[in-house]
Design a protein around this ligand. Structure first.
Ligand code: HEC
Ligand code: HEC
Length: 207
């Protein structure tokens, strides 16, 4: 095999730069996104994406590709449970792809929320489900996709520190297919309400 020439190395470096640039946001779009995030989205999600109200999901520290995909799903009206329709379809409708990417970058780079422990016994039961699943009814371990610490893995979303009420509602929406995602429908199918409550309590407490 021939050793890599300087030209080849230069080409590799140039390619790496091009790839890096795809994630970059131009300064004007970034400014526009920050103004939107703070002035508009912030009313519900908090200025840095750490919402205080259980109905509004926390976005800080969330995976950027996941966030962009969700905003496109609201805009395309494919993520459609009642709250998505009522709150987010209108919000996402005027956003172009560049603004969506810039908003996603903004939230992904904010400091994620600290966990808040509520009912410790409930959270402990939730931890078992998170780490091991519920074998008897075919529920897989959540950790397999969302990561051992629930910080997300690849483009699987972060769940740590999310409001329990929001997590509960999403699991119910996946189960009923109001939020229509095949993977999570399969996961949620076998979960009883009590088990959803437990895993949601565990996730809310996760730092
Ligand atoms: C009036 C309140 C409100 C405003 C303003 C608002 N949202 Fe939302 N947002 C919600 C609610 C409620 C949900 C949860 C919908 C559901 O339950 O499916 C949500 C969900 C989301 C999600 C999905 C999060 C996840 O974890 O899947 C993203 C991303 C999001 N909003 C981004 C934004 C952005 C960006 C803006 C501003 C352009 C914005 N929101 C403005 C209420 C709001
Ligand atoms: C095989 C992979 C996989 C497993 C296992 C899995 N998930 Fe998911 N989960 C996903 C994917 C993919 C999404 C994003 C769905 C989308 O694109 O809207 C998701 C989304 C979610 C969401 C929505 C997050 C948000 O911010 O709205 C919750 C809540 C969730 N999963 C909880 C769980 C729980 C609890 C378990 C274990 C009982 C689990 N997941 C197991 C792949 C998985």
């Amino acid at each position: 095999m021939r050793p890599l020439t300087v030209t080849t190395l230069g080409l590799i470096a140039a390619l790496a730069l091009t790839t890096a640039r795809a994630d970059d946001v131009d300064p004007a779009t970034h400014q526009h996104a920050v103004r939107l995030a703070v002035g508009t989205c912030g009313a519900c999600h908090g200025t840095t994406g750490v919402s205080g109200q259980p109905k509004y999901p926390r976005l800080a520290g969330q995976n950027a590709n996941y966030l962009a995909a969700q905003l496109k799903a609201f805009r395309g009206q494919t993520r459609g449970d009642a709250d998505a329709i009522g709150y987010m379809w209108g919000m996402a409708a005027p956003l172009d792809d560049e603004t969506i990417d810039a908003l996603a970058q903004y939230y992904a780079t904010q400091r994620p929320p600290a966990g808040r422990m509520g009912d410790a016994a409930l959270a402990a039961r939730g931890r078992t489900i998170y780490e091991k699943g519920v074998e008897s009814v075919g529920v897989p371990a959540c950790a397999a996709c969302h990561g051992p610490d629930a910080h997300g893995m690849g483009d699987f979303p972060r769940l740590a520190g999310q409001h329990a009420q929001y997590v509960m509602k999403q699991l119910a929406s996946f189960q009923s297919n109001m939020r229509n995602v095949a993977v999570m429908h399969g996961v949620a199918q076998g979960l009883k309400e009590e088990q959803m409550r437990a895993v949601a309590a565990y996730l809310e407490a996760q730092p």
